[in-house]
Design a protein around this ligand. Structure first.
Ligand SMILES: [Zn+2]
Length: 133
């Protein structure tokens, strides 16, 4: 049987300009893409604006503040819950991440959250995660 941990893909792609994103998370900074033609932000990062198809998209640092759009918690007996969430940033884009350092029973839709940056395995990337704000 395949080892699930080995099967997990690294968050890098040779087709995408994502090195800047991961370099920023190492500095505890969150980047999204913004279009220089229509001004709209987007996430996940793309080479072409999903709103107007312009290729003049560039990285922009954002606050990391947002609110819970939706979430789901996996509970296992004897362990803290593992919460996956869609977070709507105050800049208007939504990203999928985890809510950490929070009691899953006290989470709610619309709850304010902010980004924190954690390396979940020693040789892995620093990930943007969220905690209650
Ligand atoms: Zn655009």
């Amino acid at each position: 049987m395949a080892d699930v941990k080995q099967a997990r893909p690294e968050p890098r792609s040779p087709q995408m300009d994502v090195e800047a994103f991961w370099a920023a998370t190492e500095r505890e900074e969150l980047l999204i893409k913004e279009c220089r033609d229509c001004g709209e932000p987007h996430f996940y990062p793309r080479m072409v604006c999903p709103h107007c198809l312009s290729d003049r998209v560039e990285w922009k640092a954002v606050s990391g503040r947002g609110e819970v759009y939706s979430y789901s918690t996996l509970m296992r007996k004897g362990e803290p819950g593992h919460t996956i969430a869609f977070v709507r940033l105050e800049e208007g884009v939504t990203l999928m991440s985890n809510i950490v350092d929070a009691d899953p029973q006290r989470l709610s839709i619309g709850q304010p959250v902010r980004a924190v940056f954690r390396r979940l395995k020693e040789d892995g990337p620093t990930l943007p995660l969220f905690i209650p704000a």
